[in-house]
Ligand binder design. Structure first.
Ligand code: SAH
Length: 220
């Protein structure tokens, strides 16, 4: 891949990305670091070349294996909800997919740990992030519903696939003050929820309706 391909031309150019950022601002995204990441991450390299011209539309797109790249607004919203009070040290992401959310998040944290159950998706994500020079991301092929205990506890956990209910392991792997951002519920009825570990108790905040692929067990 050439530098020009990463920089983008025409429908993938800086101007097209600026329009997307303005749109997210209009929809209420305010964190400047998050908006800067959306501007800088070349979303077009995370989708098939044939879909490249649609990469800066605020919409989910197919990435193969029945999975989708998340809508930029949702990536921005989740990242903003996760960071809230500022940068975080150790963050766990569940559902790497094509790696777009990881690319947005990784420079905003010290170390990003990411788990994906479909091996070829994870391998492609690994290559793209390497190409973009992101060296603080650790990958794991496996079932993210058990978290990643060996590297926990985490300051934040961000989940990109919806469970019917929140696995206990995620809450157990949160540091005091840590935040879990997760879509919960069956298709058509999911809510984005933020859990915060506070003074030995769990604070729950509803962030509104969302549509994610389901969290599946085992590996693909
Ligand atoms: N974060 C991606 C979106 C990924 S879509 C982006 O930036 O666009 C959700 C991903 O979660 C899919 O790739 C799916 O394979 C994965 N997934 C579903 N259940 C999982 C599980 N139990 N463990 C790990 N990954 C899972």
């Amino acid at each position: 891949m050439t530098d020009l391909r990463i920089a983008g031309i025409g429908m993938t150019s800086a101007r097209t990305r600026d329009r997307l950022v303005q749109r997210l601002r209009d929809q209420g995204i305010v964190n400047p670091a998050v908006l800067e990441r959306i501007r800088n991450v070349p979303r077009h390299i995370f989708v098939d070349e044939a879909l490249g011209s649609r990469a800066y539309e605020d919409t989910a797109l197919p990435i193969g294996f029945g999975q989708t790249i998340s809508q930029p607004y949702i990536v921005a919203r989740m990242t903003e909800a996760l960071l809230d009070g500022g940068p975080l040290a150790r963050v766990l992401e569940i559902g790497t997919g094509c790696g777009y959310q990881s690319a947005v998040l990784s420079p905003l944290v010290t170390t990003l740990f990411t788990i994906e159950r479909i091996a070829p998706l994870m391998e492609r994500a690994r290559e793209r992030l390497k190409e973009l020079g992101m060296r603080n991301v650790r990958f794991r092929h496996g079932d993210g519903s058990v978290g990643w205990k060996a590297h926990g506890p985490f300051d934040g956990i961000l989940v990109a696939a919806a469970p019917l209910s929140v696995p206990a392991a995620w809450l157990q792997q949160l540091k005091p003050g840590g935040r879990l951002i997760v879509p919960v519920g069956p298709e058509g009825e999911q809510q984005l929820v933020r859990f915060t570990q506070k003074d030995q108790r769990l604070e729950k905040q509803n962030l509104g309706p969302v549509a994610f692929v389901p969290l599946l067990g085992g590996t693909g």
